[in-house]
Design a protein around this ligand. Sequence first.
Ligand code: MLC
Ligand code: AMP
Length: 475
Amino acid sequence: MSAPLLTSLAEPDGDRPDALTVAGRSCSREALFSAAVAVAARIAGAPVVAVRATPTVETVTAVVGALLAGVPVVPVPPDSGPAERDHILRDSKAALLLTGPQGAEDAGGREASAAPAAPAAAVETVPVDLAERAAWTGPEPDPKATAFILYTSGTTGAPKGALISRRAVAADLDALAEAWAWTAEDTLVHGLPLFHVHGLVLGVLGALRTGSRLVHTGRPAPAAYAAAGGSLYFGVPTVWHRVAQDPDAARALSAARLLVSGSAPLPAPVFRDLELLTGHRPVERYGMTETLITLSTRADGERRPGYVGTPLSGIRTRVAAEEGAEIGELQLTGPTLFDGYLGRPEATAGSYTEDGWFRTGDIAAIEPDGFHRIVGRASTDLIKSGGYRIGAGEVENALLDHPAVREAAVVGAPHEDLGQQIVAYVVADGVSEAELIDFVAGQLSVHKRPRKVRFLDALPRNAMGKPQKKLLPPA
Ligand code: MLC
Ligand code: AMP
């Protein structure tokens, strides 16, 4: 049984003024804790709270405050357009939205080019004030209680809210600390978004739970990683690809202890370039919003290009392969699994096998020595671009909301930097590629925009009239 989620926070060291740095602004653990207690006091008793997840100290304070109060947190991507933001707020029934000051958000966030910051009408905005202080006497929340509701895309429809318990987060962070020998001696550096598992759960709570310093670089730029002087670095493969393209920045990471890649497959050439430039063979780990991180190579173990290692402590895996085949769907069980999709019992039930194993939808192979290799996804309608998971159906629906678009089919095309890039095929009149890209970026999140739009006279269809993505022309 893991210790309570925020144990290490309750014993702030108090004297390190830069225990936490986000986009150039620092604070001590004690300052973070006191301001978070003030947040907790303000929101105590709320059923759920949304947090506008800009890369700021305020976002970290808001999340910690909600966790202290035992109020489930719904992170809202700061660049999400009205369609996506309203869906998240309505579906989660969040009545409060914690935000930072606009100025600070502009400094490190994506506000400059984002959609208007106005929340949906029913939501009360609560600004986080780092100078505010309060005494906290609340009881330790139940470990079974929900820590996060993380919105994540499926193949069709709008994103679903994955319910992540406090004990799942605690179990995952402890298993990762063990696998990576992650301690209070580390300085964690990354610049990943604070609304997904990677940047928020691992990248913020992991640092707070292990007691390590955290430097969040605002954006995951190679030069910022190089300047941060960390011991432990997190990145998605796109970030590592960019680091490998910047030899000076890459060489500066030689002094680190561990470089960790996850959220999408790390291409073998990027693994090798990183090794050549930094002297480190990167650790690769695998996870999902619904399961948190479940597989990883280890600080004290072999790291092999193309492999995501072995199950973390407490996790069991199996591959559901057809008779005679070596690859099949990866299925798993363990203490880090989610508690279902909010308000969607059928989707929840559908994500488990009859005997209670979680169906990842990823195709994998397990070598005789236990090393796991992720081969691909069962459905091509879930796209991974820059480490973001994007449902083809969600982007198609956004395109179909444009008055000029009659038909739309969205695919993920292989891309050297992004892994996959979103390509939209549309049947439309009197609208340009740039207009459609901006339209999706404005309705959903900017990262869900197609990078290319191809105009067709008609979508290829089978005899039943169903669109055939396999028959679309090359991007
Ligand atoms: C571009 N921009 C636009 C725009 N086009 N703005 C409005 N309208 C348009 N049409 C702006 C963007 O807002 C941004 O602004 C800038 O242009 C660049 O945006 P981009 O081109 O989309 O960024 P890019 O360089 O492609 O981003 C790459 C990246 C990003 C690696 C930084 O993809 C990223 O952060 N990925 C991390 C995803 C992640 O954390 N996944 C974890 C999921 S959890 P500005 O102002 O910002 O410059 C998970 C579990 C696990 O998977 O296993 O971990
Ligand atoms: P998300 O829910 O956004 O966390 O995305 C989860 C998906 O990311 C998984 O189902 C995988 O398809 C993919 N993924 C995460 N880590 C890896 C990895 N190391 N290698 C390959 N795919 C990965």
